[in-house]
Ligand binder design. Structure first.
Ligand code: KG4
Ligand code: ZN
Length: 347
């Protein structure tokens, strides 16, 4: 039996968790910074790293307490050290190294994107490898070929915005709040996909994605074509003049275009690799339409599909501790020279 303490600070969630043998979550504490970044409509790196610094130790202590263990019982410390905002990652890495050194415990370094693909195992899923992995989050939209949970090759990714980022920008165009993916999801439930939005086709690698044109099409659809007036770009309309029904229909149309785009890249990767095991993860997997459509693709193509439960889709440290357990069990240790990196396996 092994207990792993996971630490996550790659973006704007300060998180710590204790996981037993890679899959049994004893505690999962997430301190969200949404309220701090809301007024800027996006994560401000400097605010994020300072907030991590204030919260990291209380969050770790809470995770230990909630797990009902003493810190000495931890067998290994796992930290997400890549990819992410460098100032944010450094806070988690420094805390993990200090704990590993002071407690005399081993340390493992976890790729955040791969950790998203461990998330389904936290709810009892048991994927077989090799598998195709798809991570759809605020920072990534990537397709990976996994030989095992920690060995992967990235075979497709977004060439501009990530899908979650596109959802957030769409919600901001529709004046729905930030981070807005879940608001679009909610509004789309009562809307109908009646507006024509593009499904970008990429020539070079059909497993790559692009979402920025879609976002611009939504912007022009909602606000009308921009005009130059007195040296400024102005739009004839704004989201404020939309009825609730129109907002819901725009949400449904946008969501449908994002989901279609994701599924098209994924279907191409599946056809190229012939892979029958599919693992999905990342914040956008909380989206009800994406979950539904992925299940339908899996049924049609006879795939073994593994999707996390909604709690483990968005950033958390249980997935870091889970993949950390795999690294610990296979002796893939880090040392105290460990650094943070803005780039990872998929970026
Ligand atoms: O995985 P995550 O917590 O952070 C990154 O690693 O980037 O993903 C956060 C993203 C945000 O863009 C958020 O709007 C999106 O996941 N998201 C959703 C939903 N819930 C969260 N997007 C669409 N529908 C949802 N229900
Ligand atoms: Zn993430």
């Amino acid at each position: 039996m092994s207990l792993i303490l996971g630490i996550e600070s790659s973006c704007d969630e300060t998180a710590a968790a204790v996981v037993k043998d890679g899959t049994q979550v004893l505690s999962n504490i997430v301190a969200s910074q949404d309220a701090l970044h809301q007024e800027y409509g996006g994560v401000v790196p400097e605010i994020a790293s300072r907030a991590h610094l204030e919260r990291i130790l209380p969050v770790i202590l809470q995770a230990i307490r909630k797990a009902n263990i003493s810190i000495d019982e931890i067998d290994c410390i796992a930290v997400g050290n890549r990819p992410g905002l460098i100032g944010s990652l450094l806070v988690g890495v420094a805390a993990a190294k200090s704990l590993a050194w002071s407690l005399g415990k081993p340390l493992v370094a976890v790729d955040h994107v791969l950790a998203h693909l461990w998330a389904p195992l936290l709810s009892g899923e048991t994927p077989h490898y090799p598998a195709l992995g798809i991570v759809v989050s605020g920072g990534h939209t990537s397709i990976l070929l996994l030989d095992d949970p920690s060995t992967a090759t990235c075979i497709g990714k977004t060439i501009d915005d990530a899908a979650g980022e596109a959802f957030d920008k769409a919600a901001s165009i529709l004046e729905m709040g930030w981070p807005g993916g879940r608001f679009i999801d909610e509004a789309a439930q009562t809307g109908t996909s009646i507006y024509q939005l593009p499904r970008p086709k990429l020539k070079n690698n059909k497993s790559d994605f692009s979402f920025s044109g879609l976002k611009t099409a939504l912007l022009y659809g909602v606000r009308g074509n921009p005009q130059r007036k007195n040296g400024k770009t102005v739009f004839p309309n704004s989201a404020a003049s939309l009825t609730l029904e129109e907002k819901n229909n725009w949400s449904a149309s946008f969501q449908e275009a994002v989901v279609d785009t994701i599924l098209r890249g994924l279907s191409y990767a599946l056809s190229q690799t012939g892979c029958k095991n599919l693992i999905a993860g990342g914040g956008v997997l909380a989206n009800s339409r994406l979950r539904e459509q992925l299940k339908s693709v899996a049924n049609d193509k006879n795939l073994q599909l593994h999707v996390p439960e909604v709690t483990y889709c968005v950033d958390n440290a249980a997935m870091i501790a889970g993949l950390g357990w795999h690294l610990f069990s296979t002796s893939q240790f880090a040392d105290l020279e460990l650094t943070a990196s803005p780039r990872g396996i998929a970026s």
